[in-house]
Design a protein around this ligand. Sequence first.
Ligand SMILES: [Zn+2]
Length: 66
Amino acid sequence: MTVIVHDVVCGMSTETGNWDEKAEYKDKTYHFCCDGCKGAFEKSPDYHIENFAEEHPGVDPTGQQA
Ligand SMILES: [Zn+2]
């Protein structure tokens, strides 16, 4: 099964495994296209998660099934 993960900072998405940058937050693993996006996420994770949720209703950026 292909799992798509989303970078909540820049909005890019890819199949899981393509990106090396990851961050754990509130028991979920977030994936990032680059170290810059990961750094931005770690500074203000809630802001980016909420922003992504507003722009992508119903999409789980971590690719995990609810
Ligand atoms: Zn990115």
